[in-house]
Design a protein around this ligand. Structure first.
Ligand code: PMM
Length: 269
């Protein structure tokens, strides 16, 4: 899943793709590099971010989704709002990626139930302006698994088909670096919920901290190789998808993982 943030303030690509033509060109480039989905978002969720209005979010994402879909690109919409999800699907999106797992907008799950699309429910505890205070766990893997099980149950109760739901641990959302690493180590527990997993590690702060330089965390644009390493490991462990700012190297990592896990009869020893 290639990331296309049509926002002025996302942590890694904010401001680059606010113009519709620039956004569409980048979406086509991500698709050309092998993205199975291009994830279009119109609201930054970086820690501390203020919310965009629904009108602003709609104006940012709908024209881009319409043009990419018309060009044959499979598009997902990164939104917490039912109204935006419905408009995006109307414009051609095939998946709703909701970082709040249905918690931010009580209309989201019933709306998704009425649309013929897949739904990503990410683990989330609150909006960006207060999520740092919500990063408290005694057993992060057990609690995230339990809270995602609740979101899966809520989605299914609202009428979303269980087979349409993909779960995501929500790295960096009300989580410290330690929590992120623990979740990456504990993905098997989340997989025990019986749904495919999506993981978004790309360029996030915990990678900057891991690779710190003397002046502080490794700059955002210099975290991509570590992201590819994570993708290789996750692909080998069977996750459904990774959400990433660059695509080609991740595609290559996935090809390596797939090939390594496929013995060739007669040549392997
Ligand atoms: N992370 C961000 C935004 N949307 N969606 C899912 N499903 N999972 C994530 O980890 C996730 C997301 C924040 O990153 P960005 O600002 O680079 O898009």
């Amino acid at each position: 899943m290639g990331i296309l943030n049509v926002t002025p303030d996302s942590f890694s690509d904010g401001g680059e793709f606010l113009d519709v033509d620039a956004a569409v060109a980048h979406g086509l480039a991500l698709s050309g590099e092998g993205a199975d989905l291009v994830d279009v978002g119109g609201e930054s969720t970086r820690p501390g971010a203020q919310r965009a209005s629904v009108e602003t979010e709609l104006a940012r994402v709908v024209p881009v989704i319409a043009r990419l879909s018309a060009a044959g690109v499979r598009v997902s919409v990164d939104t917490m709002r039912a109204q935006v999800a419905a408009a995006a699907v109307g414009a051609g999106a095939v998946l709703v990626n909701d970082v709040s797992g249905g918690l931010a907008d009580s209309d989201m799950l019933p709306t998704v139930a009425g649309l013929d699309v897949d739904y990503v429910a990410m683990h989330w505890r609150g909006h960006s302006d207060r999520m740092a205070d919500l990063a408290t766990y005694t057993d992060v893997v057990a609690e995230v698994t339990e809270e995602l099980a609740d979101r899966l149950w809520a989605a299914v109760t609202a009428g979303v088909k269980p087979g349409r739901v993909i779960l995501d641990p929500g790295l960096g959302f009300a989580k410290t670096a330690e929590h992120n690493w623990a979740l990456l180590r504990g993905l098997d527990h989340l997989a025990g919920l019986g749904r495919p997993l999506l993981v978004g590690a790309s360029r996030k702060r915990f990678l900057g901290e891991l690779l710190a330089v003397p002046t502080g965390p490794r700059p955002v644009r210099e975290r991509d190789d570590a992201g590819v390493a994570i993708t290789a490991l996750l692909a080998a462990s069977g996750v459904w998808g990774v959400r990433t700012h660059t695509v080609r190297a991740h595609r290559d990592a996935i090809a390596v993982a797939a090939r390594m896990s496929t013995p060739t009869i007669g040549t392997d020893r």
